[in-house]
Design a binder for this molecule. Structure first.
Ligand code: ATP
Length: 238
């Protein structure tokens, strides 16, 4: 069986700057796969290209057996591939519930949307308690929950999370990472981009290390966690 997501020799440029240089990786159904790497490694660019916000200059992207590298972003969401972007991108003046409903824009099943809204409130009770409040009043961690909840509202088969732990306290980060495992248990496949290598690899079935636009290492999350060069470069060990 082919992988749920397959990225082959992907190349992405900003003008003359090549940010992603022929990277290849795959995500099997049901897995959590992590992309780790330092600032500027090309992780965000890779996710934006998969979700159709940027166009590749080379290579191919396949999702569920279909090529998607020139499909429109809204169509990619409709096919079941959701993106919770870096910096969260919530709408501060809209209420929590309105933000969540934006994630369901393409759906035509109001009953299903209502039950998924309830599922988001079950997953993150604070969203339910404050559903009528403007999202801009939320803390960073709460906004991250909202961004994840919104991405879940299109009932994705594959959820891409860009740096969900960024700027969060250790407790909030643990909560977000526990949710990643919970979503996997419920059947969602996850592609996780993180600078926090420890947290990302601990939960990953498989991981890829990116450096200046290239995959330099890959392996099971467990193997990468004990890999000497990963420990030195990303886990702050001598
Ligand atoms: P970070 O964790 O800091 O977001 P990243 O691994 O996600 O890093 P990208 O944001 O994908 O890295 O950036 C990859 C490279 O592309 C960097 O050299 C960056 O400066 C460059 N880049 C990103 N966005 C743009 C842009 N809009 N215009 C020009 N160059 C860009």
């Amino acid at each position: 069986m082919s992988a749920m997501l397959e990225v082959k020799d992907l190349e992405v440029a900003y003008g003359k700057i090549l940010a992603v240089k022929k990277i290849s990786f795959s995500v099997e159904q049901g897995q959590v796969v992590s992309l780790i790497g330092t600032n500027g490694a090309g992780k965000t660019t890779t996710l934006k290209t998969i979700s159709g916000l940027l166009r590749p200059t080379g290579g191919e992207i396949w999702f569920q057996g279909e090529r998607i590298d020139h499909v429109a972003a809204h169509d990619i969401v409709t096919r079941g591939l959701a993106h919770s972007p870096e910096g969260r991108r919530i709408f501060p003046r809209l209420s929590v519930e309105e933000n969540l409903m934006l994630g369901a824009f393409s759906r035509r099943d109001p009953g299903g949307v209502r039950s998924d809204l309830q599922a988001a409130y079950d997953l993150f009770p604070i969203l339910g308690e404050r559903r009528k409040q403007p999202a801009g009043t939320f803390s960073g961690g709460e906004q991250q929950m909202l961004a994840m909840g919104r991405a879940m509202m299109c009932r994705p088969k594959l959820l891409m999370l860009d740096e969900p732990s960024m700027g969060l306290s250790p407790i909030m980060m643990k909560r977000i990472m526990t949710t990643v495992s919970e979503l996997q248990r419920q059947g969602t496949t996850i592609l996780l981009v993180e600078q926090n290598a420890q947290a990302a690899l601990k939960r990953a079935d498989y991981g890829y290390v990116l450096e200046v636009g290239k995959v330099v290492l890959s392996g099971s999350g467990r193997d990468l966690l004990v890999n000497d060069s990963v420990r030195k470069a990303y886990l702050g060990e001598d």
